[in-house]
Write a protein that binds this ligand. Structure first.
Ligand code: BEZ
Ligand code: FE
Length: 340
């Protein structure tokens, strides 16, 4: 048998099989226009057993088809999109999630986050996690340092972990990480031997925490892959505004993954990944007091910047309640548009 010929006699050939779902019992017109394709698919998806999934599928198809019709998408443009999405998938590895990064630069991650984390009781809002969090940050004492000395401008970070009622949360685990004075995370160095510019500490009895860090700098998101291509083709810059990442968790409370953004950065309003929220913009205080600098453990003394901010956590119960309200609102909106 010539190479490439099919051998239909092989035992492992399985005949075409149905997935067990019968053709619909309701009539469907033969597609003869763009609108019939949309209408037929919406009717077919109407068979989705799960009501929430049915709602999502039908809305997605309506919007996706409307986009294609409104933009009069050409075959070449559609193929370019398919090839781009294929490259995004191919760029994913166990340690790199280019799909999430695509969602980030399209503002989708930020939108999903805003909808799922309603602003409530002054709770600290979320920001993007990003690809540079690691599990191996070293434990530091309250008041300790997350950064090896000798680089960057001194910054002291302090605040309290609180409930929405202003009660202290003791023993909250605070993970924090930032880029170094080159605008690079430790994981971006091929010769990384130990975690740096990151640390893990616990809030004290009165909820207070404090640590030494460096004043963060703006830095580039990873652009050597397809997302870099996308940003360039849209005429968008690739620089994230300066920020310090924090992840705070305590039993019974909803974990917050956030960042604080100093207010003097040029990139604040055009963050490529939409991580900035108004409530997360902070003013760094300039402290020109050698004694105070040494008291806080800065080895060279002199002056430092102070980032003072409390972190307010929602209980799991508070978050569940707020999320249910958001879902009810979106379903009300859908029923309204259906009846229009
Ligand atoms: C970051 O802040 O580290 C980041 C967030 C989203 C995408 C890329 C980087
Ligand atoms: Fe970051």
């Amino acid at each position: 048998m010539a190479h490439g010929d099919f051998d239909h006699t092989q035992d492992n050939v399985k005949p075409a099989a149905s997935n067990g779902i019968a053709p619909p019992s309701f009539p469907l017109p033969l597609p003869d226009s763009p609108d019939t394709i949309t209408a037929n698919l919406v009717l077919l998806i109407g068979q989705t057993p799960d009501p929430r999934l049915k709602f999502i599928y039908q809305l997605l198809v309506k919007h996706l088809h409307a986009f294609i019709k409104e933009s009069n998408l050409s075959t070449d443009e559609w193929m370019a999109a398919i090839q781009f999405l294929t490259r995004v998938g191919q760029a994913c590895t166990p340690v790199r999630q280019e799909m999430i990064f695509l969602s980030d630069v399209l503002g989708v991650s930020a939108l999903v986050d805003i909808l799922n984390s309603p602003v409530m009781g002054g709770a600290t809002e979320n920001s993007v996690l990003g690809p540079f969090f690691t599990e191996d940050a070293e434990d530091i004492e309250n008041g300790g340092s997350i950064a090896s000395d000798g680089k960057g401008e001194y910054m002291y970070v302090e605040g309290r972990v609180l409930t929405t009622e202003g009660e202290p949360i003791a023993g909250a685990v605070i993970n924090t990480w930032e880029a170094d004075d080159n605008g690079l995370y430790d994981t971006q160095y091929a010769d990384r031997t130990h975690p740096d510019y990151r640390g893990r500490l616990h809030s004290a009895k009165d909820g207070s925490f404090g640590f030494r860090a460096i004043v963060p700098l703006p830095y580039s998101v990873p652009v050597e892959g397809p997302i870099g291509e996308l940003l360039t083709s849209q005429g968008r810059h690739n620089i994230r505004p300066s920020h310090l990442h924090l992840m705070v968790e305590a039993p019974g409370y909803h974990e917050v993954i956030t960042s604080f953004y100093p207010d003097d950065c040029d990139y604040l309003t055009s963050d490529p990944v939409f991580g900035v929220k108004k409530s997360l913009v902070v003013k760094l205080e300039q402290v020109d007091d050698d004694v105070e600098a040494r008291k806080r453990g800065f080895p060279k003394g002199g002056s430092f910047k102070l980032l003072k901010r409390d972190i307010v956590l929602l209980t799991e119960e508070q978050l569940r309640f707020a999320r249910q309200q958001v879902i009810r609102e979106s379903e009300k909106l859908y029923l309204q548009t259906k009846n229009d």
